[in-house]
Design a protein around this ligand. Structure first.
Ligand SMILES: O=C(O)C1=C[C@@H](OP(=O)(O)O)[C@@H](O)[C@H](O)C1
Ligand SMILES: C=C(OP(=O)(O)O)C(=O)O
Length: 429
């Protein structure tokens, strides 16, 4: 953990950035390539710490994975041929790795033990383990399986018809992946649609997945065949520069290769609602995940209300949206976002406490926050809580402060965006 002093002297931002690979899609490319038989090739893979944790776990299961820049090759003889790991599977800071692997390992034929870092040790796992246990999974862990470390004895599973109590793509994906190995048809019912990368990518690997009005189903016993995956740029990473371009003076930046999957594009809708000068030009490629070139300019912004079914479409962007709202005229209300409390840290408390230190007019509510703007921000010493998205929020804020912002642990950005600080250097004028 090392401190970083950020003193950018209120630059304007100009230029073009190629946004690095999507974290959710990168994780799934390795997981599905490892389950599949044959060779899977991935282009545009995110070399973030979370995705490297996923690679490390599958190597411990005996899957051959080669990394060459952002190209990754996975050679697997299929899930039936994985080796029982002699070491603990370490998932680092990654909720996605931990929860999706539970669904995968539950229906394998091997025993494994999984643990992660201090943040993972506080994140709820029963939301995944409860439905998996209903399918017959044999999983034990601390606090009856609520927290890591967790031990999984792979076994035969039965299909489930499950109504999701929270909008979570990690829970949905874990159940669907277990469902692949279960007897019968697994059905997951969502009241609010969460990101659908699993559904899209399973089809690329040859699995039949039905999606109808929030009901996702698949027949157990289907196998995956290795394929090619093109990873789009991560809209959650792009969000930091979209907000930076909107709030810095005399700025215009273009972001290339931004994933615009409709289950992820809430940030674009919010920027438009708030009056930002943003243009989105979809790319005409025929990929499973659509992409676009997005340009943003210095904007005059109005406050807005963000709640309901848009929340899952921008859940990871709320810290940076809160910063955006401090620069908008009037009130911004963020509600229905209790899920923020169980991310890498409690992101309601972290966002409110840290933006207050910078001079923002912001208050926490039970399910979100209320921000009054516009407020000029000033420098301060900020805590990241080891949470990449809180660290990047603080760093983008430092672009509009006259004096320095200090981050206690700037290295945490490498969880999802290792080139983040280089990208700031590349566009600041
Ligand atoms: O499935 C995924 O790849 C993710 C789902 C979301 O979590 P939840 O499923 O907990 O909402 C999101 O916050 C996380 O960054 C990645
Ligand atoms: C919540 C996040 O990821 P995960 O759940 O995979 O740790 C995130 O990237 O903001």
């Amino acid at each position: 953990m090392s401190e970083k002093v950020l003193q950018y002297n209120q630059p304007s931002l100009q230029g073009t950035l190629a946004i690095p690979g999507d974290k959710s899609v990168s994780h799934r490319s390795v997981m599905f390539g490892a389950i599949a038989t044959g060779r899977t090739t991935v282009e545009g893979f995110l070399l973030g710490e979370d995705c490297l944790s996923t690679i490390d776990c599958f190597r411990k299961l005996g899957v051959a994975i080669e990394v060459n820049g952002t190209n990754v090759t996975i050679d697997s003889a299929g899930i039936e041929n994985w080796q029982e790991p002699t070491e603990v599977l370490y998932t680092g800071n990654s909720g996605t790795t931990t929860r999706l692997m539970l669904g995968i390992l539950a229906g394998s034929s091997i025993h494994s033990v999984m643990t992660g870092d201090a943040s993972i040790g506080k994140r709820p796992m029963r939301r995944v383990i409860d439905p998996l246990r209903q399918m017959g999974a044999q999983i034990t862990g601390r606090a009856n399986g609520q927290y890591t470390p967790l031990a999984i004895q792979g076994t035969t599973l039965q299909a489930i018809d499950y109504t999701m109590p929270v909008a979570s793509a990690q829970v949905k994906s874990a159940i669907l992946l277990a469902g692949l190995r279960a007897e019968g048809t697994t059905i997951v019912r969502e009241s609010e649609v969460s990101r659908d990368h699993t559904e899209r990518m399973l089809r690329q690997f040859g699995v039949q997945v039905e999606v109808d009005n929030g009901v996702v189903s698949l027949q157990g016993g289907q196998t995956l065949t290795g394929t090619h995956v093109a990873v789009p740029g991560d809209i959650s990473s792009a969000a930091f520069f979209l907000v930076a371009g909107a709030i810095c003076a005399n700025s215009r930046i273009t972001l290339e290769n931004v994933g615009i999957n409709p289950t992820r594009d809430g940030i674009i809708e919010v920027l438009q609602q708030m009056g930002a000068a943003i243009t989105v030009t979809p790319s005409d490629n025929e990929q499973a995940e659509p992409t676009a070139t997005v340009t943003i300019e210095t904007s005059t912004l109005q406050g807005t209300t963000i709640g309901g079914d848009i929340i899952p479409r921008l859940i990871d962007e709320i810290p940076i949206i809160a910063l955006l709202a401090t620069q908008a005229q009037g009130q911004t209300i963020i509600k229905d976002a209790e899920e923020l409390k169980v991310k890498e840290t409690d992101r309601i408390t972290a966002v409110v406490d840290e933006l207050k230190k910078l001079g923002a007019n912001i208050e926490a509510t039970e399910d979100g926050m209320v921000i009054e703007g516009p407020t000029p921000l000033h420098g301060a010493a900020l805590r990241t809580y080891g949470d990449h998205r809180i660290g990047m929020m603080g760093a983008i804020a430092s672009l509009i402060t006259a004096d320095a912002v200090t981050l206690d642990d700037a290295e945490c950005v490498a969880v999802s965006y290792p080139s983040f600080f280089e990208h700031i250097e590349a566009v600041k004028k």
